[in-house]
Design a protein around this ligand. Structure first.
Ligand code: AMO
Length: 434
């Protein structure tokens, strides 16, 4: 069977009934009842049944029924319509090739009724990912990311790739991973913030990146990763942060809509998706505090904690808003690059979904002197930001942007309780492998 590699597939349709087909995949299960055995073969399209009759070919029968589960085979045989089989047909193999024999026991079952602990699953992620639900999730993820490119390109954005090994912390905090860069100390980028802003001085006036965030945050929660992905965007010649929020809500809507069109995957996951209506509600920080007054101890100037966010999410939901922006944040809780509004407020915002922050953004400072002042006020040394600041000295238009966490988005989209499920190989406080 030399040619199976070019056309193997378990995507068998009624057109193939009565014909010889070649299929390949993982042996999910074998039921051997003596003279006849049923081998369930799986690939990314699903499963099919190979029906093995001992009397037809004893050697082939023995060879296949003795295989450990999850071995990989290719088989060639006649495809026969059979209403008793789940997908309406079976394959009666004439030839088979054993491509890989799986060890036993398996570290993790694929079709077990009770799911293993998350840690066991993540330790054996390559097997965990063989499950239909995981395949469905990552298929939706891929479709939604394609939708990001589609939407942002339609709005005139250019996709860029900025450095991940950088000389100064991008968000100004201490949550940075240090790396040895030959004789110098460098950091892994917490976000493309500094670079996407520098690009605003080039004439690429609308840029975006599907970015990696590296954050040395100590907390090990169900909503934090130490390596995560985000849609990071920056646009120039804006008049206020409203221009940015408009793009962000359009993007979220488009992503949600494209996800809702993944019918087969949603069925596998037993999920229904309702596309949100636009525009999303805008609530100022001041008004959010008024809404929270009775239930929270938060005082003016503090950032909303997880509990406050949740409470506000419940209040907003009762008012019919699953998505909403919190706008006009106090300056002191926003990063140094955020444009102030007066002495105390800023042009910074967050996008929340059901009490979870999905994105944050702002209009930025484009005046270099003000930027230096804000760096100092945030206890940062402008000297360490020299190459960034230089981009503001020779003509920098007003601009703004956002960072929009993709794993957080998928948690909310599909009601997934742990963010680690939303990325292939999660990195958290204790996990560095696989
Ligand atoms: P911020 O730090 O708020 O903003 O991050 C933006 C969004 O990224 C996601 N996110 C995370 N997701 C999982 N685990 C983490 N540890 C994590 N950290 C952040 C969240 C968050 O809303 N430079 C600014 C954005 C900008 O203004 O353009 C920034 O990084 O969904």
């Amino acid at each position: 069977m030399k040619s199976y590699r070019s056309h193997y597939s378990t995507e068998v349709t009624a057109k193939e009934y009565g014909k010889s087909v070649t299929v390949a995949g993982w042996v999910e299960d074998i039921r051997n009842i003596g003279s006849i055995a049923f081998l369930i073969l799986r690939d990314k399209k699903g499963t099919l049944q190979l029906t093995l009759l001992k009397k037809h070919n004893q050697e082939l029968f023995e060879q296949l029924v003795s295989l450990p589960r999850e071995s990989v085979i290719a088989a060639q045989g006649t495809c026969k319509e059979n209403a008793k089989v789940r997908n309406g047909y079976e394959i009666l193999p004439e030839k088979a090739e054993i491509l890989s024999i799986a060890d036993t026991p398996l570290p993790l079952g694929i079709v077990d009724k009770v799911e293993a602990e998350l840690d066991t699953r993540l330790d054996n992620r390559f097997i965990d990912l063989r499950k239909a639900e995981k395949q469905a999730f990552f298929s939706i993820r891929s479709t939604v990311i394609a939708a990001v490119h589609e939407y942002l390109k339609s709005q005139g954005f250019l996709e860029v790739h900025t450095p991940n090994i950088i000389a100064s912390s991008s968000e100004g905090g201490t949550d940075v991973f240090k790396v040895q860069y030959f004789e110098k100390e460098a950091f892994l980028a917490q976000s493309p913030q500094l670079y996407k802003q520098m690009l605003m001085a080039t004439g690429f006036d609308r840029v975006y990146e599907i970015a990696w965030y590296f954050r040395a945050e100590e907390h090990n929660t169900r909503r934090h990763l130490n390596e995560s992905t985000a849609v990071d965007l920056e646009m120039a010649f804006i008049t206020s942060e409203e221009d940015i929020m408009h793009i962000l809500e359009g993007l979220v809507h488009h992503m949600w809509k494209k996800a809702s069109e993944c019918k087969e995957e949603l069925e596998t996951l037993h999920k229904k998706i309702t596309v949100p209506t636009l525009p999303f509600k805008r609530v100022t920080y001041d008004d959010a505090l008024k809404l929270l007054k009775k239930q929270s101890k938060i005082t003016w100037g503090e950032d909303l904690g997880t509990e406050d966010e949740k409470l506000l999410g419940d209040i907003m939901k009762k008012q019919g808003h699953e998505f909403y922006f919190i706008t006009k944040y106090p300056l002191e809780v926003k990063p140094f690059y955020t444009m102030p509004e007066g002495d105390k407020l800023s042009h910074g915002f967050d996008l929340e979904c059901k009490g979870v922050e999905l994105a944050s953004g702002s209009q930025r400072i484009h005046d270099v002197e003000l930027l230096k002042k804000r760096l100092t006020a945030c206890n940062l040394n402008p000297k360490e930001f020299d190459s960034y600041l230089k981009a503001f000295q020779y003509g920098m238009p007003p601009h703004g942007g956002f960072g929009f966490g993709l794993e957080r988005f998928f948690m909310e989209l599909l009601d997934i309780s742990n963010i680690r499920e939303c990325i292939l190989f999660p990195r958290d406080r204790t996990r560095l492998t696989p």
